[in-house]
Design a protein around this ligand. Structure first.
Ligand code: GTP
Ligand code: MG
Length: 334
């Protein structure tokens, strides 16, 4: 036990010792998206700007580039259709205009998903049930979201609903310590629904603004584990009929098209109300965001670009496309 406490303390100290980010979020988003940019934005830019004649050939090249960069068939079709029409109507005078039109349409695909998570004061506490496959970044994202809302003076409580994976409870407790917020936990192996119910009860008596409930990672194909999430929802609704106010799916962007499959199936099984896209840093597959936006039409609440507390921000469509093409931000997100 003593060793466990020591380890926990050491881990907390290591986490706390991590250097505070010095540069703004937009700059880090740009850096984070470097591989996705190399994978398709730079390629597309070069194809377009290198072309003297704006013809069918160019459109085909752009289409191939989009399809191989996880943008998905539906989003690619929309982008290509718009470019084709504009070219036919002679609205695009030069390559720079083609590039601009493409970026505008990319923004148009993402924009409807830019619906930030607002914590309604009518729901006290506002309950966020966090779900996703193993290792997608659920627990880390909870830590970051807690940090984000605590900075807005919200009273946050965490529920250690992952009672399955070894050290999952401890991991959430470390995030609780880092944020200096309480964590409701039971023993490993305890019933997830019971833990979250307890946490909700506690949140109500403590006047907590928001409750973030962690859950164990599960594959969208494991029907019994999807049933478990439905049970979690049913059980918490007994105490608070409007809860959960958000079922947040954590999606790892680095797995590309698989993220879309997961999202569609999670949505079908339990109904998700928001997505946090993690690990956009260091992946070449960030193009998946267009497929998700086009096919799922679920709000993308947050984007995660690293493992640290400050590596999460609300999703902003313009910033994403600007960072992807390395144009200047419409407004630096500090
Ligand atoms: N680079 C990067 N790493 C991330 C990001 N989000 C999470 N991670 C890392 O991904 C790994 C898994 O994160 P967790 O938060 O433990 O994921 P989880 O979904 O809770 O995992 P399980 O509980 O095992 O299902 C950790 O090493 C995190 O630091 C991100 O946005 N960028
Ligand atoms: Mg976890």
């Amino acid at each position: 036990m003593l060793n466990l406490l020591k380890r926990k303390k050491q881990a907390t100290e290591e986490l706390n010792d991590a250097p505070a980010p010095q540069v703004g979020f937009f700059a880090r988003l740009k850096t984070g998206l470097a591989k996705t940019r190399a994978n398709f934005a730079t390629g597309i830019t070069n194809i377009i700007l290198g072309k003297k004649t704006l013809d069918h050939d160019l459109i085909e090249n752009i289409e191939t580039q989009l399809l191989t960069a996880d943008v998905g068939i539906e989003a690619t079709q929309q982008l290509i259709e718009v470019l084709t029409q504009k070219l036919a109507r002679k609205e695009l005078a030069d390559p720079a205009a083609v590039l601009q039109a493409l970026q505008n349409e990319m923004r148009a695909i993402l924009k409807p998903c830019e619906i930030p998570l607002t914590i309604s004061t009518n729901s006290m506490p506002f309950v966020i049930l966090v779900v996703g496959i193993n290792g997608s970044g659920k627990t880390t994202t909870i830590g970051k979201i807690a940090h984000y809302f605590k900075a807005q003076n919200k009273k946050v409580l965490l529920a250690a609903g992952d009672t399955f994976r070894a050290a999952a409870i401890e991991q959430l407790q470390i995030w609780g310590e880092r944020n200096q917020i309480p964590v409701i936990a039971q023993q490993p192996g305890a019933d997830t629904a019971a833990v979250i119910y307890d946490a909700l009860e506690s949140a109500k008596t403590r006047n907590i603004d928001m409750l973030l409930a962690d859950t164990a990672g599960r594959l969208h194909t494991q029907a019994h584990l999807m049933e478990e999430l439905k049970k979690v929802k049913r059980v918490m609704a007994k105490l608070e009929p409007t809860a959960p106010h958000e079922t947040l799916l954590i999606l790892d962007a680095s797995i590309g098209q698989n993220a879309l499959t997961q999202a569609l199936q999670f949505h079908q099984s339990i109904g998700i109300s928001g997505i946090a896209l993690t690990k956009l840093d260091g992946t070449a597959k960030g193009g998946i965001i267009f497929a998700i936006a086009k096919q799922l039409k679920v709000p993308i609440r947050f984007m995660g670009i690293g493992e640290e507390m400050d590596d999460l921000r609300p999703f902003i469509a313009n910033d994403f496309v600007s960072a992807l093409f390395e144009t200047s931000a419409n407004g630096e997100t500090p």
